[in-house]
Design a binder for this molecule. Structure first.
Ligand SMILES: [Zn+2]
Length: 635
């Protein structure tokens, strides 16, 4: 081991985090530790202690919606009952699936299957309409594939081959618990993989999904019906909506819908049924006996490099907090998030938005009318900080019976959520809804509502603390806030107006100038070597633009401070991205995550800004130098 210390001018990330990285240990039940992940672990630890106390009756909460979350937590922990029941809770459903002989049989039960969350030949959902964000639309995509992305299916893709092997092996073992004969088990599994391969040839890749402004493809219901026959979508919609069935559907993945006869037809109906049987069983294992549960996570563990499942107490908390995310988030926020911090961060957000406006005014590649539109968009951004004031009504309806099995309880919750989602179709959009719960360590921008969300859990060290100085907070949460706002103007967000509608508000010349700058950003990241692979500049461009914008706006604020410390700003920026991850997980993210690897986020962004060179005296002799003409600042 070399004793030489890394110079900050050569590798900011390593210089700041190197000592920690030497000794940090990734917990067996996680793919990563450090930064976001460490914070998430701490939140989890706090909340697990509370759930334990709730379930033992030594602590109580005045949030009524928490009652069923606590009850579900106890059901996950009831190993004795789960082991006694084994595979039994899912058998009635499997029997129903196995009895399907023809597409007509499926059409008879499709609405019922859909409400139970089973995989139909196409996936469907209700969401905010991209063209008119005041209403909802009914949308269609291809079904989910087993491997994480379509390129994994390509000839010669070794990790794809290996992962399919893991899936096959896992499903084989799980199927042994089913009532199928040995021959049937073999056929069902072969057919599942054959059907999956057919789907993989039709559905969108992650790169295509990363351009979300291209999702809006309205299709007349008759046209869809002709494409997806013999699956009878009109009957399904009538069963679900009666006379109010939608006449226009939005194909998020038009190719998968238009070419559905390539994977779903009367001839290969059996393949579909066997695929549905295996998928339903594998998904169910999470709520069955502990042996089945552990078998059922084999594939996901191989995908992420996670060594083992969490201990049952942790899993119980994770399941309860994901099914009851809003009440749990509100509990977390009310209990652990201070009003002083909330006020402080909200005022920081407004300062960042105001500074963004100033920068827009000074912008050199936009003409006045485009600038005005951009400023209008900034002025209407809604800020959601911490956790919602109220818990929406739906969460009080997620109930089940005390003596339901874990599997039955989860299905009842899912069915109510599904029905609620469907019922939205003919109702106006509720803009007060939060898309992230208070206990989540994350943040987001929502283009359809032009709002930004910062859950309470991210408003902690190293992102933010009243005990950190302003420069550190600006390099942490400040840059994250700026990042989220920049998503309003990244290659996706730029296509939406201030009301969240997909609408062009740019002068053509200005949009072309912006597109040139995005090309520069693609080039800056594309092909950077990382862990034996290469960064995909196109896949990660929206996030790289957002990082660039977040840094630009917060550095501008730094110049207005009396006591700015640029070194501390950049060092905390690097601290936020600190991560140690399993190799499998690194490879997975490199292949299909829209974010660049965290190490590069820490080290690439600063070198686009003069402040970085001044703060640490970085010159062309140093690794973290790029020539001034290569530096990019878009917003
Ligand atoms: Zn982002």
């Amino acid at each position: 081991m070399s004793e030489t210390t890394v110079r900050i001018q050569d590798d900011l990330y390593e210089a700041v985090n190197g000592e920690w990285l030497k000794t940090a240990v990734i917990p067996d039940d996680r793919p990563t530790t450090g930064g976001f992940s460490t914070l998430a672990q701490e939140v989890e630890k706090t909340m697990m202690a509370d759930f334990k106390a709730f379930s033992e009756g030594t602590k109580s909460t005045d949030i009524p919606e928490m009652r069923y979350a606590i009850s579900l937590y106890k059901k996950v922990l009831d190993a004795e009952r789960r082991n006694r029941e084994g595979i039994a809770p899912v058998l009635p459903l499997l029997k129903k699936i196995k009895s399907l002989e023809t597409p007509e049989d499926l059409n008879k039960v499709s609405a019922d299957f859909f409400l139970q969350g089973l995989s139909l030949p196409i996936d469907m959902d209700v969401d905010v309409d991209m063209a008119d964000a005041t209403k909802h639309s009914f949308l269609l995509t291809g079904p989910a594939i087993i491997l994480p992305d379509t390129p994994f299916y390509e000839e010669g893709n070794e990790s794809g081959k290996k992962l399919l092997g893991v899936y096959k092996d896992m499903a084989e073992k799980i199927l042994k618990f089913s009532p199928l004969s040995e021959d049937e088990q073999k056929t069902f599994l072969e057919d599942t993989l054959a059907y999956d391969a057919l789907i993989a040839g039709k559905v969108k890749s992650q790169l295509e999904w990363s351009e979300y402004y291209k999702y809006h493809n309205p299709m007349d219901v008759d046209e869809v019906a002709a494409c997806v026959a013999p699956f009878d979508i009109k009957k399904l919609l009538t069963d679900l909506y009666g006379d109010n069935a939608p006449k226009v559907l939005i194909a998020y993945d038009p190719k998968a819908i238009k070419e559905m006869n390539g994977y779903f037809s009367s001839e290969n109906f059996k393949l579909y049924v066997h695929w549905l049987y295996v998928k339903t069983l594998v998904k169910a294992t999470a709520c069955l006996s502990l042996e089945l549960k552990t078998l059922g996570t084999t594939y996901r563990r191989a995908l992420t490099g996670v060594v083992s499942d969490p201990v049952l107490e942790k899993e119980a908390y994770q399941i309860a907090s994901s099914f009851y995310s809003e009440p749990v988030g509100v509990y977390y926020g009310r209990t652990y998030f201070g009003e002083e911090a909330k006020k402080d961060v909200v005022s920081l957000v407004h300062k960042i938005i105001d500074t963004y406006k100033l920068r827009m005014k000074k912008n050199t590649f936009l003409q006045e009318s485009t600038k005005e539109q951009a400023i209008k968009k900034l002025s209407t951004i809604v800020v959601k900080m911490g956790y919602p004031d109220e818990i929406r009504e739906i969460w009080s309806r997620l109930v089940f019976d005390e003596d339901d099995s874990l599997y039955e309880s989860v299905n009842k919750i899912r069915a109510v959520k599904k029905k609620d989602m469907l019922d939205r179709l003919n109702k106006p959009v509720d803009r007060t809804e939060w898309v992230m719960p208070g206990h989540m360590v994350n943040a987001c921008y929502n283009p359809s509502s032009n709002d930004i969300t910062f859950p309470a859990a991210i408003l902690q060290k190293p992102f933010y603390s009243l005990s950190q100085n302003v420069s550190e907070n600006l390099g942490g949460i400040g840059a994250v806030i700026g990042h989220e706002i920049s998503h309003a103007f990244d290659n996706n967000g730029a296509n939406f107006d201030e009301n969240g509608n997909l609408k062009n508000w740019w002068l053509e010349e200005d949009f072309n100038a912006f597109k040139e700058l995005t090309k520069d950003m693609i080039e800056q990241f594309d092909g950077i070597e990382f862990h034996g692979g290469k960064v995909n500049g196109e896949l990660t461009v929206s996030e790289n633009i957002a990082d660039n914008g977040g840094m630009g706006v917060t550095l501008e604020i730094m110049h207005t401070l009396d006591n700015a410390n640029f070194q501390e700003y950049f060092m905390n920026w690097a601290r936020v991205w600190c991560i140690k991850a399993k190799e499998e997980y690194i490879q997975l993210l490199l292949a299909n995550d829209v974010h660049s690897p965290a190490v590069l986020r820490a080290n690439m962004s600063p070198r686009n800004f003069g402040e970085w060179y001044e703060a640490f005296g970085v010159t062309d002799k140093d690794q973290m130098y790029i020539a001034p003409e290569k530096r990019i600042s878009i917003w």
